[in-house]
Design a binder for this molecule. Structure first.
Ligand code: SF4
Length: 354
């Protein structure tokens, strides 16, 4: 007969602050130890009970059995030549590698050395949006992450080094798991000094969800993935948005700006030969002119199982220059960690495949 796996103790980040204080008192500690413990783990990346010297030794000794700091398991870690580290974390509840969570830690480039890393976190296991150029969403949505699983990505990344910026651009559509994301950001903000401009949440732009997020005291910047100015092509490239007019998405972006005072960044993955033509640039200008927004161009990272191509650098530069000649602000982000598939749209297919 098959036996159920024994239940594990709840982890540190599965408690809300009041409950955590009660738990620590039950373990022989004092209520203020709750704050100290979370601060030391989130802000300093201290992950072993022995390193938590702000707590009494007797309390520290009980942590592994009664209040584990982390509840996931590191399944894999790859480091690319530029120092980018990709972590794959599994949680007991799943026990499945394809249900694991990916986080990327990108140390500063030379010019900003000492400023800490940017981390890229995921909000779902798998993704329901189904962009055909994205390896991360190939198998659809497996599940929403819980708030503590999002926090654990920050904590594991912090243990690798200081963090100065966070992009919520990993696997999943953040606005479809918004409550958990907001709860997680609340917790990590207490330890990591990440102001609103240090956190960017990237969405495909469900208009109602963008509006709701704008009203929810969002202490982050918003990026909306547009990828093309043509409706028919967007319906193909962002299938979950099929039938949602691009203009509706842009109006929701305008609403975000009016409500928060922070400009939207429109993300545009440049797919060689597909959406990098002068006609695309011209129509994108028509869509965005007069709006307060920046365009972030992301040259595509090829994935062996997908038919899309990386654009050539001349096409990327011509596209950027075309936008700028019309007065738009356009930047190019060449993804990092490319050789280890830790770059955008490449996370899960190779890293977590069984
Ligand atoms: S690009 Fe983003 S939204 Fe699209 S399938 Fe991949 S993870 Fe999902």
């Amino acid at each position: 007969m098959q036996t159920e796996p024994s239940a594990r103790p709840r982890g540190l980040f599965e408690y809300d602050p009041e409950e955590l204080a009660d738990k620590l008192v039950e373990m022989g500690g004092r209520p203020f130890h709750a704050k100290v413990l979370r601060r030391d783990v989130v802000a300093k990346g201290l992950l072993t009970p022995d390193s938590l010297t702000s707590l009494p030794a007797a309390l520290r000794a009980k942590l592994p059995e009664e209040l584990p700091l982390l509840v996931g398991r590191e399944l894999d870690r790859t480091e690319s030549r530029d120092g980018t580290i990709k972590l794959l974390t599994g949680f007991d509840r799943d026990g499945r590698r394809d249900n694991a969570i990916e986080t990327v830690y990108m140390p500063s480039r030379k010019a900003d050395q000492g400023k800490g890393a940017t981390i890229c976190v995921s909000t779902q296991a798998g993704c329901p949006v189904g962009c055909p150029f994205c390896a991360s969403g190939l198998n659809g949505l497996l599940r929403n992450l819980q708030a503590h699983e999002i926090v654990e990505q920050f904590v594991r990344a912090r243990a690798l080094g200081p963090i100065s910026r966070c992009v919520v651009m990993g696997i999943g559509e953040p606005l479809l798991n918004f409550d958990a994301l907001q709860r997680a950001l609340e917790i990590v903000r207490g330890g990591l000094e990440l102001g609103a401009r240090k956190i960017t949440v990237s969405t495909v732009g469900f208009p109602e969800r963008v509006r709701r997020a704008a009203q929810a005291d969002p202490r982050f910047d918003l990026a909306i993935s547009l990828h093309t100015p043509f409706q028919e092509q967007r319906d193909e490239l962002v299938p979950a948005m099929r039938g949602v007019p691009i203009e509706e998405v842009l109006l929701a972006g305008d609403y975000w700006f009016e409500s928060t005072g922070r400009e939207v960044t429109y993300e545009y993955v440049l797919l060689g030969g597909d959406n990098d033509t002068p006609e695309h640039a011209g129509n994108l200008i028509d869509r965005l002119q007069g709006r307060r927004a920046t365009v972030n161009l992301i040259p595509y990272n090829p994935s062996p199982e997908l038919p899309y191509r990386r654009p050539n650098p001349q096409a990327v530069e011509a596209f950027r220059a075309h936008l700028e000649s019309a007065g738009l602000v356009a930047t190019v982000r060449w993804s990092r960690g490319l050789e280890d598939s830790a770059a955008c749209g490449q996370l899960r297919a190779q890293g977590a495949g069984a």
